[in-house]
Design a protein around this ligand. Structure first.
Ligand SMILES: NC(=[NH2+])NCCC[C@H](N)C(=O)O
Length: 341
């Protein structure tokens, strides 16, 4: 069975392996043991905080997917309570400017990229990665969607708006057409290095070196223009999943690779609206439907996918599933039918 649980310091080796596997352009998982250990510590501290001590918003919840048969960690998924609280959080916003002179009969509409911190303080879905060996069945969807049960259950720890930064276009060598332009004019470093530095949290160089004035899109090389708001091929399924949940692109893109950032009001996320709190009953689930189920215990959070029978007010689980979730008959869980097949 695959179970999602909070990361612990014992998972450092596994996280390092996942970071190596994730490769270039995966900003939030830099191959840097010290940084990953700090991320784990930050997550452990966030899970340990009481509900009343979360005002700062400086919490991050890092979860791993474990194969309970082998004990192997096969993926990771995370949530940040509020971005941009202790540092600046950057985006480019794609807007328009009209240059119009009725007297001369000239009317031009331009697209502009403007550097901004508009998403400061929102919650973020981040760091989703599933090992190649386990990319099958519903695993990827489970790893992504479990975060909605988490958000729903621990709603007060999060902001009104939730975003997800999608990986932009880059090739196998890590060359990004959008970055190439920035690199040529403003930075003297390769995309992997810039991405790595920002992933380490060393972001002052962004404020120091990024173009200070809005950029007219028409003046960018065609290759750079073409990837604004476009996702990396491998990220297409993730974007599709979020779109189905209600996430939309509002013109915000990553400042390095121009990949889109999508957003949704927390209370409008489909899985959050549809999830239910139900009481556990133990029994036979042969006639059940595939259901994503999470317990309601923050520090011992568990989430999995299993057959379950939805009855009025309660949810029938088999013993193994209940054990994996650490729940017994009468306990509360949060659940949502996974697919209405
Ligand atoms: N692909 C990147 N590494 N972009 C730079 C980081 C951007 C991100 N929004 C931040 O401010 O942290």
């Amino acid at each position: 069975m695959l179970v999602i649980r909070p990361i612990t310091s014992r998972d450092l080796g596994a996280l390092l392996r996942i970071a190596e596997e994730s490769g270039v352009g995966f900003t939030s998982l830099p191959v840097n043991e010290e940084r990953l250990a700090a991320k784990i510590a930050y997550s452990e501290a966030s899970f340990a905080l009481g509900d009343d001590d979360c005002q700062s918003g400086e919490q991050g919840y890092l979860l791993v997917m474990e194969d309970t048969e082998t004990g192997e960690v096969v993926g990771t998924t995370a949530l940040e309570a509020r971005v941009g609280q202790s540092d600046a959080f950057w985006h480019y916003h794609l807007g328009s400017a009209v240059h119009s002179s009725p007297t001369l009969g000239v009317h031009k509409e331009h697209q502009l990229l403007t550097l901004c911190n508009d998403y400061s303080g929102v919650s973020e879905l981040c760091t989703l990665f599933l090992s190649e060996s386990h990319r099958q069945g519903h695993n990827g969807r489970l790893l992504s969607k479990c975060r909605f049960l988490f958000l729903a259950e621990f709603r007060d720890r999060f902001a009104e708006v939730v975003i997800a930064e999608m990986r932009g276009v880059s090739d196998t060598e890590g060359q990004s057409p959008f970055w190439s332009w920035l690199q040529k004019h403003f930075f003297d470093m390769e995309f992997p290095q810039a991405d790595y530095l920002s992933g380490l949290g060393k972001k002052t160089f962004i404020a120091e070196l990024m173009p200070r004035h809005p950029v007219y899109v028409d003046m960018l090389p065609k290759a750079a223009q073409a990837v604004i708001g476009q996702v990396h091929d491998k990220t297409r399924p993730a974007l599709k999943l979020l779109t189905a949940e209600g996430f939309r692109w509002r013109g915000y893109v990553d400042i390095f690779d121009a990949g889109p950032t999508v957003e949704c009001d927390i209370d409008h996320i489909q899985a959050i609206r549809e999830s239910e709190r139900l009481q556990v009953a133990i029994g036979n689930t042969d006639d059940g439907i595939k259901t994503m189920i999470a317990n309601t215990n923050l520090q011992h959070f568990r989430c999995t996918l299993a057959n379950a029978l939805h009855r009025k007010g309660d949810l029938v689980l088999d013993r193994a599933t209940a054990d994996a979730l650490g729940v017994k008959a009468g306990d509360w869980v949060r659940a949502i039918a996974f697919e209405k097949e």
